[in-house]
Ligand binder design. Structure first.
Ligand SMILES: Nc1nc2c(c(=O)[nH]1)N[C@H]1C(S)=C(S)[C@@H](COP(=O)(O)O)O[C@H]1N2
Ligand SMILES: [Mo]
Length: 517
């Protein structure tokens, strides 16, 4: 191997090991050296591309951005290391490259992440690789470039060491979760905890219990998650505060303790992402514990003249604008399903806006600015219209053959024996949601929309912004059956039949599925 190849290989190894070392110590937290680069990648990606990536690639868009950021970060660190090798080559002092590369990569990482200690996990491996390089091949001890030709064995050993370190780091870093949320009683009271637990029990009771269909409350680790950034904030309670600014009589700032010292209550709330497919999986419900925004807003007192809307900002740089009226009904959640909010859902505090698309339910909320004129939010800037109330939807997620399942009893419909000996009992089920309008009725057609029958609905859960489950069973003759589902909201509006893609205003249409018997 000639010298410049050795230099390049040393620099590249240093880049990879710097990123790996950082991940081993920081995991997917903002102290990971790739986090700020990934945020820049997302920020610099034009809105049309982001939108296309969301529509075409889904979560793969995120992985792609992360991959690009990983490569970029390793490349930048490799560049630093390469410079260090060159500087070392010119110096008479041994290990100049090590000192130069270590210090430069440390300072650069501090500048990007603001975390001096965690940045040592970048500088350390970079320096170590440079030390091996200086000893082994890149730079001669006398300061001149070494002429030793590196054996194949040495190259393989070096490659193996880099790969091994990267593997070890991936394994170590994957376990680092950041804040670990405890029971919600830790920051509220036993009474609030008990109420949340009772509500969870009630949701289980009222769930139709259809196999293959998720319940009325989504377990926290299955609750969908949509973030603009690849790496979520990892704030602590002590550092968090919320300010209310702009067109108000009195600007306020309150910390976590002040927030939770006020009225704390529990609510069932459903969230749905405007970007999800018509029959998608980005719609879920939890019991949320939190504080109504109204009192806070009354204290700040928006200026009667003028104040129309609010801009809500978050720690991750996300921001959304929507009407003041929607904020008045909103809720600042500190708990989810009886525990404190998990990091991925906005720890320590997120906003919940009844009946509105998920995107304005700002996580890691930090500021509410009252405005006297409209402004575009993060997704509106990228072409979406997702700041208003949700569209009505009835999803079809379960198709069962209760007769087949030995442990499954079809319940109240069991005694309706099949008309024809060849007919088979088929059960279809799903969730329906219409925001604060509520769900009045779900109808099912098994003949492609010719005739309709009412589905059973789960008993409603308390609250004005909660989904319901529906279920329908019939005896199907052999053949293909085109099953169609449609919901009517609490105001009597049948959901529109016309199909629309999620972009830009949320999917519409009746979900249908062919069931073969
Ligand atoms: N700060 C912040 N808030 C955010 C987002 C985000 O990326 N950053 N994503 C929004 C979107 S698009 C949706 S659909 C919901 C999803 O909430 P969840 O991840 O808790 O399900 O959060 C919203 N709030
Ligand atoms: Mo969303």
């Amino acid at each position: 191997m000639n010298v410049s190849h050795a230099e390049t290989a040393t620099a590249a190894s240093a880049g990879v090991c710097g990123v790996a070392g950082s991940f081993a110590v920081a995991g997917r937290t903002p102290e990971f050296v790739v986090a700020p680069v990934a945020a820049l990648v997302v920020d610099f990606t034009p809105g049309v591309v982001t939108t296309a990536a969301i529509r075409g690639l889904g979560d793969w868009g995120h992985r792609l951005a992360l991959g690009v950021a990983l490569a970029l970060t390793a490349g930048i660190l490799a560049g630093v290391a390469f410079g260090a090798v060159r500087v070392g080559g010119r110096s008479e002092v041994p290990y100049t490259s090590v000192a130069a590369g270590g210090v430069a990569s440390w300072l650069l990482t501090i500048a990007a992440t603001g975390a001096p200690k965690a940045s040592l996990a970048v500088a350390g491996p970079v320096a170590a690789v440079l030390a091996v390089g200086e000893r082994g091949w890149a730079v001669g001890r006398d300061g001149r470039r070494s002429r030793v030709s590196t054996s194949r064995r040495k190259v393989l050993a070096a490659l193996g060491a880099v790969a091994g370190f990267a593997g070890f780091s991936a394994y170590r870093g994957a376990d680092i979760t950041g804040v670990e949320p405890g029971p919600v009683a830790d920051v509220t009271s036993e009474a609030v905890q008990r109420e949340a637990d009772d509500m969870l029990a009630r949701a289980t009771e009222r769930s139709l219990g259809v196999s293959g269909l998720s319940g009325l409350v989504t377990p926290t680790d299955e609750f969908y998650e949509v973030d603009v950034n690849n790496v979520n904030p990892n704030p602590s309670d002590g550092k968090w505060d919320l300010s209310v600014t702009g067109e108000v009589e009195t600007s306020l700032t309150l910390d976590f303790e002040e927030l939770t010292a006020t009225t704390v209550e529990n609510r069932f709330v459903t969230l749905r992402c405007v970007g999800e497919a018509l029959n998608g999986r980005k719609m879920d419900t939890a019991v949320w514990t939190g504080v109504p925004v109204r009192d806070l807003l009354d204290e700040a007192t928006p200026r009667g003249s003028g104040a129309c809307c609010v801009l809500v900002r978050a720690v991750d740089g996300y921001y959304q604008e929507f009407p003041l009226g929607a904020l008045e009904e909103s809720f600042l959640a500190v708990g989810m399903n009886g525990r404190r909010l998990p990091r991925g859902h906005g720890y320590p505090v997120r906003l919940l806006v009844p009946g509105h698309w998920g995107e304005i339910n700002v996580k890691w909320v930090s500021e509410i600015e009252v405005l006297d004129e409209e402004h575009q939010g993060y997704w509106e800037k990228r072409g979406w219209h997702g700041t208003g109330p949700v569209n009505t939807v009835a999803k079809l997620h379960a198709v069962n053959r209760p007769d087949d399942a030995s442990d499954d009893t079809p319940g109240d419909s069991a005694d309706e024996s099949a008309e024809s000996p060849t007919a088979e009992r088929i059960e279809v089920a799903g969730h329906a949601y219409a925001g604060t309008r509520g769900i009045r009725k779900v109808e099912v057609s098994t003949d492609g929309g010719e005739t309709w029958a009412d589905a059973d609905l789960s008993k409603p859960l308390a609250g004005e912004d909660v989904w319901r489950q529906w279920r329908y069973a019939w005896d199907a003759e052999p053949g293909d059956h085109e099953v169609v589902v449609r919901a009517t909201d609490g105001e009597g509006n049948l959901q529109p039949e016309e199909f629309a893609q999620p972009f830009p205003s949320g999917a519409t249409g009746w979900v249908s599925r062919t069931v073969e018997v």
